[in-house]
Design a binder for this molecule. Sequence first.
Ligand SMILES: Cc1cc2nc3c(=O)[nH]c(=O)nc-3n(C[C@H](O)[C@H](O)[C@H](O)COP(=O)(O)OP(=O)(O)OC[C@H]3O[C@@H](n4cnc5c(N)ncnc54)[C@H](O)[C@@H]3O)c2cc1C
Length: 334
Amino acid sequence: PEDDIGDKACGNVVSTDDLDRVGIRHPKDICRVLKGVKVFSPDRKTVFTINLKHFVLDRRAFGQRLLGDAKHAGVEFSDRTKALAPMVENGKVVGIKTDKGKMLSKLVVDASGFQAVIRNKLLGAERVHGGDTGVCYLEIRELEEQIDPNYFLVYLKGVGNGYCWVTPERKNRANIGIGVQGASNHPSPKTLFYKHVFPWFNLENSKLIKAKGGIVPTRGPINPLYSNGVMFVGDAGCQTNPVNAGGIGPSLAAGRIAGRVVAEVVEEGTDPGEYHRRYMDTHGKQQVALDAFRRFLLEVTDDDLNYTMRELLTEGEIERIVVGRAGAGLWKKV
Ligand SMILES: Cc1cc2nc3c(=O)[nH]c(=O)nc-3n(C[C@H](O)[C@H](O)[C@H](O)COP(=O)(O)OP(=O)(O)OC[C@H]3O[C@@H](n4cnc5c(N)ncnc54)[C@H](O)[C@@H]3O)c2cc1C
């Protein structure tokens, strides 16, 4: 429903750089402004502090703002309309079937999130393996006091083979979650949350406000990002940072590139495959490199990662990796 647009299971953290890069004006309705991100080693003895301004979004308000901006720019919005499948003619997608009838279109953009309703029903389009996803469980809790009011806290490994996070929201409210690799027989993130995360942060005296679950792709982008009449954008195109599962920034960037290319296709007859090329040239290459780093994190033991963070990598190097600005020399060292 229209009123729920923006409301989803998410850590809700986005860097101001990510918004500036796509020219989105800063939201007024935010939960908190953060100084940056703290990344903890599995034994929590080494902490890397990345000082980079982030917003904790009021996700629903942000989604509603973007929807309002889109409508203002002339987008026609069909509320409560469920996309069901692509309509294919002679091997090319010419529209979609919805629960309210068919819609014909010169180009289709699948931006339906992790469900990727069009891509997953398209013969020959890439599928996402469970091992390339993060299965998450989070709770919004009212704490006695914030664990750290100024930073988004990320705890690498330590629990299962994934990560935990703490997002400080308004006042003493926090979004605390855990993500595990979604390989077959993966452990339940909720069970791990109650077994490990709950006692870690002494949550006994906190009050549960809401619990949510969600899945996020953690791999390189779908290849290709345009195929037979359809563009895949956002989680549907696996456009996230594979290491920290941050997808708001990359999705906004991809949406902007896709929008420009769609306009050029309609007005100038540009090849729609230009969307794939432009995304890969600007964001995709770093995402692929970060995916290699994610594989390293999955394979390395907790002890080795403790050692790597304590003795081998510097704070500056981790910052360059996390924000996607690592050069060839740093990747070689890793
Ligand atoms: C637990 C969790 C924590 C996260 N934390 C962060 C974070 O802190 N920072 C960050 O940057 N990223 C985070 N992410 C990732 C981020 O939420 C996503 O990458 C981002 O929301 C992707 O945006 P999207 O528009 O592609 O998909 P979505 O935000 O999922 O939007 C998809 C839209 O498509 C609609 N839709 C779905 N199916 C259909 C259908 N059949 N017909 C019509 N419409 C449909 C949905 O209703 C929804 O409105 C997190 C993800 C999870 C799961």
